[in-house]
Write a protein that binds this ligand. Structure first.
Ligand code: ZN
Length: 687
């Protein structure tokens, strides 16, 4: 039998051998997984991708101390098993949910809100930290999160505080052996240790016992916490939280006992509408305030706090009666915590600031476009279930029709909306089999879920399901991003996988993109959109004008007009007098290469491959300025095309040819006179 104090030595040996290991998981660590049988302790862990096993007797100083893994005091593995359900006279609490293995962000949130110090020690005094379920699955630092909480729980207790951990559906899934959502790292660990993942949390393990001692619902003062939520149907059958907790402990968290003892009520608690899965409060069509009042009355509480349904921020409903706190920590980028102090509830932000929940400064997360734009990287899929034949046959009418919209981000189900959609787009709705779309969200639903701002989304999809149309769509989206490099006063885009379904049968599955529409654009920039009036040369902000006309020249686009405000938004920025133009719709540009594209009818060119400069009154000085400016953007323009993940090699080649030709021309001063110096006077009105 090996003494447990030899760990440091073992670690050194493993470090040397790891250089020989070239596998995918060669640098990863996991564990410890600790099993206690009689007075014998067994430890398993992974260091640099290799499994290690030790066992021995515990003495007063035994500790698991392996660099890169959580420290565990092996002589102090006890924990409280009869946790109360109710806590009163609590001065302050901080609640967080759906950590999903995002340990670093979890620690950051606790640190900036002074629950722990920079070395992870409890500094929250007699405060209560409430974890509202779903520590497990998705992320790759689940074990770290669990041991951290295991240790923090003891520290809090010593300081008069308390750590509460409520089980979520993902804890239950792992305890029941449903490991569909575990991070690949943990599949690897289970394989290395030659067990099923759930066995690492069996009743013989320390963490398994510890998790099984936890409640699923608790009450602090007059606030009830539960992962999913309580439906009225559940509470009508049983409103005592401690009895519900006991049913979970006695039957539901125990796979075999659940199978033996299940009845209608345990099934109700275990499945979809049970307290760990319920999504009723987050229903986008709203949650009835009277039902909410009934539920709170049954719970004898003022507020119910739930996680489980990911929102971009903490959402409060019905005057803080229902609070949804899953603020999407699972994506690992940002998140919020709910804080109660001095009898006030706050959103605790990830920079440490606090916003009073539900007051004027508790702003929503913006419009649907801002929401999808700010989702960050990752795959976004929108499933639109609508009458597609009607959409196509009515495309010239631009009439709204009903659609269901399901949003999925990084393979995570987000939510289903009842929306309306219609065709849009001047030319494309005539030319294309499938028109571009406008999606219209119900205003009341948006407000309910904490959105504010513009309620519509503009969607550009391929004309049909050919590869050619798909590449055209990619190219057009890239052109929007090329223009963003030229002028920051531009429309933003967000790529999206679009699935068009009719009666749930998929008819089209391709990629498209959302374009920021003018309302979102002016909300963001403060710009005023000029709808009427003729725009004269002297009234335009000159530098932005020059950037624009050179850009259109580069991409071989003549399909725009100041006079008709065609494919240009004419705007005035706050504090400015002169107008600027923001271009959109680039499908007639040579660089996009659609077969229906033709030059603007008054242009002296015959096809869209020929560059034609439409700038007016441009001087040699101005050309010099633009040459310098475009030279400074050259690398980024090329990189945007060449690093795009959707464009085919052929499309990249086609696009870069246009950029090559543009730089060839602007760098050759001899060509300036014929190409750019326009004899027309500056104030010529173009017709
Ligand atoms: Zn959940």
């Amino acid at each position: 039998m090996v003494r447990l104090s030899n760990f440091a030595f073992i670690v050194v040996l493993i470090c040397f051998s790891s250089f020989l290991s070239a596998q995918k998981f060669n640098s990863y660590n996991d564990g410890p997984y600790i099993t206690i049988k009689d007075n014998l302790i067994e430890l398993d862990w992974i260091k640099n991708g290799r499994d290690k096993h030790e066992e021995g007797q515990i003495n007063d100083t035994s500790a698991f101390n392996v660099p890169g893994l959580p420290n565990v005091n092996l002589f102090d593995l006890g924990f409280e098993t009869n946790l109360p359900t109710e806590y009163i006279d609590v001065e302050k609490f901080l609640a967080i949910s759906d950590i999903h293995g995002q340990y670093d962000l979890f620690i950051k949130l606790l640190t900036v809100h002074n629950v722990i110090d920079s070395s992870g020690q409890w500094i929250y005094g007699d405060g209560h930290l409430m974890i509202v379920g779903d520590i497990f699955d998705r992320g790759d630092k689940v074990t770290e999160s669990l041991w951290f909480l295991f240790e923090l729980e003891k520290q809090a207790k010593r300081n008069g505080g308390q750590v509460h951990i409520l089980l979520g559906n993902h804890e239950l899934m792992v305890l029941h052996g449903d490991v569909r959502y575990i991070n690949p790292k943990y599949q690897y660990t289970a394989g290395k240790l030659n067990v099923e993942y759930e066995q690492l949390f069996s009743k013989e393990t320390v963490l398994g016992q510890w998790l099984r001692s936890k409640n699923i619902a608790e009450k602090i003062n007059d606030v009830v916490f539960v992962h999913g939520g309580f439906s009225k149907e559940v509470l009508d059958k049983e409103k005592s939280l401690s009895r519900i907790n006991n049913i979970f402990k006695e039957s539901i968290t125990n796979k075999n006992k659940y199978k033996e003892n299940s009845n209608d009520f345990t099934d109700m608690l275990y499945f979809e509408n049970g307290p760990l899965w319920y999504r009723g409060y987050a229903n986008p069509d709203g949650f009835d305030v009277e039902v909410a009042d009934d539920i709170l009355e049954l719970l004898d509480a003022k507020t119910i706090v739930v996680g489980h349904t990911s929102m971009p921020k903490i959402i409060t409903l019905h005057d803080n009666k229902i609070i949804l706190i899953d603020s999407s920590i699972k994506f690992g980028t940002k998140g919020e915590v709910l804080i109660s102090q001095n009898d006030t509830l706050y959103r605790g932000m990830d920079d440490g600031s606090m916003i009073v929940l539900g007051d004027d400064k508790d702003k929503g997360f913006g419009s649907p476009f801002n929401y999808v734009y700010n989702l960050g990287d990752g795959d976004l899929t929108i499933v639109l279930n609508t009458d597609i034949n009607k959409l196509i046959s009515n495309k010239l009418e631009e009439e709204y029709q009903d659609s269901k919209l399901t949003a999925i981000h990084n393979n995570e189900f987000n939510r289903v909306w009842n929306i309306k959609l219609r065709s849009r787009g001047n030319m494309r709705k005539k030319i294309c089999h499938l028109p571009p779309l406008k999606l219209n969200f119900p205003k009341s639903t948006l407000r309910y879920l904490g959105f504010d701002g513009h309620d519509k989304l503009k969607l550009v999809i391929p004309c049909d399901d050919s590869d050619y149309a798909q590449q055209g769509n990619y190219k057009e989206e890239v052109v929007y991003r090329l223009y963003e490099l030229i002028d920051s006063i531009s429309l933003r885009t967000r790529q999206v996988n679009i699935v068009l379904q009719d009666k749930k049968k998929t008819k089209y599955d391709f990629n498209g993109f959302f374009v920021e529409d003018e309302v979102d654009f002016s909300d963001r920039t403060g710009a005023r959109i000029i709808e009427d009036g003729i725009i004269m040369g002297p009234g335009t902000e000159r530098e932005s004008y020059l950037k624009l006309v050179f850009f259109q020249y580069m991409i071989c686009n003549t399909d725009w007009s100041y006079y008709n405000k065609h494919n240009l938004k004419i705007i005035v920025l706050p504090g400015e007098k002169k107008v600027r133009a923001v271009p959109y719709d680039f499908d007639y540009a040579g660089i996009v290469g659609m077969d229906y594209a033709v030059p603007h009818d008054r242009m002296p060119i015959h096809d869209v491959w020929q560059p034609f400069f439409r700038g007016k009154g441009v001087t040699t000085e101005e050309i010099k300025m633009m040459v310098e400016f475009y030279n400074s953007k050259k690398d980024k323009l090329y990189a945007t095309i060449n690093e795009d993940k959707f464009l085919s090699d052929r499309s990249k080649k086609q696009m870069t040819k246009f950029i090559d030709k543009f730089y060839e021309t602007i760098l050759n001063e001899k060509q300036w006179e014929g190409k750019f110096i326009n004899p027309l006077p500056l104030n010529t009105v173009e017709k």
